[in-house]
Design a protein around this ligand. Structure first.
Ligand code: SAM
Length: 279
């Protein structure tokens, strides 16, 4: 089903990102949750970080399976490192496994070899990100795109921090959201579908809205490490011309009204930070 012919091997390897974007565009919408230029930014970072991760026991980490898995898996295979992905939806992971296998398998081998999928809460002390450090892994690239609340992101970062090394990169999707403990945008989306009244988060429920996430992540990393740097990534330079926003415009307008998308600080929807000095 996903084994479309997308060029010769030479063509694929000489233009990896074009090939990966073509695979991304074959995904059903519920698995394609990031703009094309964000996907390209992840590809570029994964290529750079994979090249740096020459040492043994280096891994890539991802929370929230989907289009991003395709990019991260490709470069994990290219540099012979493992990709660890967390998602509580094994139904999503099953389709992505099929895509990895059918569309990328002939170039990368079977996903069982390098894709370590964990169908569990990313913040669990027993099966979450923090449990990985006991295996002595270092992480050169992490991408956080699971539950877009600060409570969840902070726990993921706390679990991740001991595995970060000099020059590693921490990246996030939807970093321009504000949710504190509950993603009320998602809650309101489901409530609207059910015909239930929308909760007014700008009225009496203001406790659900806090500081914008990219600033909190920056602060977290600055407190934890001696020196970090915001990356001027491909998405920041190209977000205004992203075909994804045009293609899904009707849905985007609805999402903005419900709060699962924000037009505010759209350049920070994707953000990436490099750890320059550990301590
Ligand atoms: C926005 S989607 C991921 C999109 C994907 N990165 C992409 O590029 O299309 C978020 C996913 O995170 C998962 N999720 C939410 N909270 C989680 C958690 N604490 N641990 C693991 N998965 C979680 C959901 O099941 C959902 O599939």
């Amino acid at each position: 089903m996903y084994d479309f012919s997308l060029g010769t091997k030479e063509q694929v390897f000489s233009n990896e990102i074009e090939f990966l974007i073509a695979v991304k565009r074959m995904l059903p919408r519920y698995l394609n949750s990031i703009p094309d230029n964000e996907f390209t930014a992840i590809c570029m970072l994964a290529d750079e970080q994979g090249r740096l991760a020459e040492i043994k026991n280096a891994v890539f980490i991802e929370t929230g399976v989907g289009a991003s898995t395709i990019a991260l898996y490709w470069y994990a295979c290219k540099y012979e490192i493992d990709l660890y992905s967390w998602d509580i939806s094994s139904a999503k992971a099953a389709v992505i496994r099929q895509v990895l296998s059918e569309a990328l398998g002939q170039y990368c081998g079977l996903p069982q070899e390098r894709w370590k999928y964990i169908s569990w809460d990313s913040t669990s002390p027993y099966l979450g990100i923090q449990a990985l450090k006991d295996s002595g892994f270092t992480c050169y690239l992490s991408f956080h795109d699971s539950d877009h609340t600060w409570v969840n992101i902070e726990k993921e970062l706390q679990g991740l921090a001991p595995m970060l090394v000099k020059n590693s990169v921490v990246a996030l999707d939807d970093a321009n959201l504000h949710w504190t403990s509950v993603n009320m945008g998602l809650v309101n989306t489901f409530r609207k579908k059910l015909g239930w009244p929308i909760i007014d988060v700008d009225g009496e429920m203001q406790e659900f809205k806090g500081e914008i996430h990219w600033k909190l992540v920056k602060q977290f990393l600055e407190n934890r490490f001696k020196k970090i740097e915001g990356i001027e990534d491909y998405f920041k330079r190209n977000f205004q011309n992203d075909p994804y926003f045009v293609y899904f415009n009707t849905e985007f307008i609805e999402k903005v009204s419900l709060g699962t998308e924000q037009t505010e600080q759209l350049q920070h929807r994707f953000d990436a930070f490099r750890i320059i000095d550990l301590d």
